[in-house]
Design a protein around this ligand. Sequence first.
Ligand SMILES: Cc1ncc(COP(=O)(O)O)c(C=O)c1O
Length: 370
Amino acid sequence: MDVLDRANALARSGRTVFHLEAGQPGTRAPKRALQAAQQALADDKLGYTEAVGRPLLRERIARFYRETYGVGVAPERIVITTGSSAGFLLAFIALFESGQSLALAAPGYPAYRNIALALGLRPQFIPCREAEQFRLTAKAIGDTRDIDGVLIASPGNPSGTMIPADELEAISDVCDKRGLKLISDEIYHGITYGSRAQTALAFSPNTVVINSFSKYFSMTGWRIGWMVVPEDMVRTIERLTQNFYISPPTISQVAALAALDATDELDAHVRTYGANRARLLAALKDAGFGAVAPADGAFYLYADVSPFNIDAATFARRLLEEAGVAATPGHDFDPFDGDRWIRFSYAGAQSEVDNAATTLVAWCRALPRT
Ligand SMILES: Cc1ncc(COP(=O)(O)O)c(C=O)c1O
């Protein structure tokens, strides 16, 4: 957020700034969603809905699981949330007692740790290095003592790497055997460049899955997501979400329902991300970065800055001030090794990523190197 603030301040002062720091699509909500929302503004009184969301949307998401993954999920197990961020809060409160410990991958999305800490849980990082492609494995979870639950994310932020289906199954097994609560963040599903992502629901009905309309569906500001919870947790989640939020935003539920049928438009975005990814991967190589995480999905490249002999925070600050390219240093994603890594987002327009890549290469080539 500090990088974003500074990038915006520079842009306001008239500098050209390329935004490779933002973790959100550069596109609007799909046309169908916008039309449905406009119609609802005219016709619908847009009052509160059921706390767990409108039945039609929950049924449509159940169909999405059948069609996308071949997995049957009862609509009653689907809870519509105010973005996936609300899903984490609800899941952590429902699954854990204060003082219990939640295993998280480092690097990972910083809000997991911060929400857990705010609730009095103990986040316990499992370092995931290049050798593990920055992913949690069943073995690493099996080797970690004194934990009550595990959160996995695939494709992950900041790395974009994906946990293959067989490893996902092994992780589910180890969690079921040890009685560990498993939460699977599937927010980047739909944005993959090789094999498609499989849902953790395919392997255990005990897993809590969290998803959102923010990324593939290009609807960040609509604040709408969902969770799939085990049957015996539905009532608890319903009571919590009723008290916290009353209901998820009504107009966003209407738009989300329409967005689920906008795959042609949304898949075109994924093709743009794919072209941006290829352009930026080539640029990072030309520019002289070290290792780059295998970007199986999402819209991030996580790259090693150590060949430039500066830490990632300094690198990001100078890159923004001197070249006008905004990117996110790794420290917030990984308290152990994050100073070596920087995250580039390629969720913007192709022209912006192209210009940013050219500028980045020229700037990096002028830096002293080991
Ligand atoms: C891995 C991951 N999970 C969850 C979120 C939160 O998304 P939202 O609350 O918009 O659904 C983000 C946002 O960047 C993310 O990267």
